[in-house]
Write a protein that binds this ligand. Sequence first.
Ligand code: HEM
Length: 393
Amino acid sequence: MDHYPFPPGPRGAPAQEYALRRARDRLGLVRLPSGDTAYLTTTYDDAAVVLSDPRFSRDLSRPGSPRMFAGFTIGDAPGSLISMDPPDHTRMRRLLSGVFTPRQVNAWRPRLRAMATALIDSLPAEFDFAHDLAFPLPVQIICGVMGVPDIDTAKVRGWSDAMMSTSRLSEEEKLAAAMEFYAYIAELIAAHRDDPGDGLLATMIGARDGEDRLSEEDLVRNTLGLFLAGHETTGSVLSRSIVRLLDPRSGYEELVARPELIAGTVEELLRVEQPGDSPLLRVATEDVELPSGVVRKGEGVIASFAGGNFDPSVFAEPQEVRPGREAAHLAFGRGAHYCLGANLARMELQEILGVLVERLPGLALAVPGEKLAWTEGSIIIRPVEVPVLKEVP
Ligand code: HEM
């Protein structure tokens, strides 16, 4: 039986196992790092059903539930939005969603543009796109959304990296990083409790203290979840995307010449440059028939984004960036757990690329693309560093 997750292909591309399995065993079992087994979808239609059908649960705390990893996994921690089922999930999601509406997010556009412009203008002639730009900007934004201006970005990045490890760190080291992060967020909340400002954290603290709807633990866990979800994926998609656009440079040059293509290109970059496949398992609460077969009650299933987003029956020549495709990608999921930050993430990617092509039309990789090192032993697949030059040499 194949072991999941599969090692990525060249330049972080999805492994060819997805295409092979799609041809031979569309909904087959895989062996998970925990030793348990689960079904892996490989088609768009199967993934879309698993993500949307309420008979698949994200609550893996029931005895006997399969697990992705044997030890601690942030995504499966009970009490986080992403591991709850309705009605608890609906209640918590309603509480958080007000700040992420298209209207609220659009109100952030000018601020984000100003932040991006200031940061990009301050960078030296050669810089590391990932470390100096792709991660710090989303951290600044999520801090703004939360209403917490004073977060220690380097520490948050360190904990986040550690928690995404699959084999690089031991279970103890991962847990230690999560505990430190947890303690840091608990302190942050304590420090902001008397003067919470007017961001999302204030809403969450208000809900906890005023109406007793969020327990202290829920408050800390979900604040941590937002800091993590709010920057890790966006920074990784951005780092991967710039490599795709600059190597060869024709992708970037096209956006410099026609910035109106940015919004459509971002959708395609989200589809093809997802930093890894889904690390989240679901469990069938009854027998469910999918287009490609049945998942029996109690069995685990992974709704694969890499499988669905590269399904050639939905996206012809799936590895190519072709703005304006008809089908919606699965990069933000589907159904009840559809990415809460999707509007924000889209806007960040659009605005950052917009400022880049305007301010740095000569941006170029400082090393050949094939020389870039990619993450290993992590859920997140991205280039470790992306050295770039502001001007083509
Ligand atoms: C390019 C960037 C991003 C990508 C590709 C992405 C992707 C996803 C996906 C695929 C899911 C659903 C997982 C599943 O159902 O198995 C999800 C959920 C979530 N995302 Fe994002 N995300 C991004 C950025 C963000 C940002 C910026 C935030 C917050 C500010 C955020 C917050 C969340 C939250 C809170 C959930 C859980 C929602 C729920 O369980 O109801 N994400 N994201």
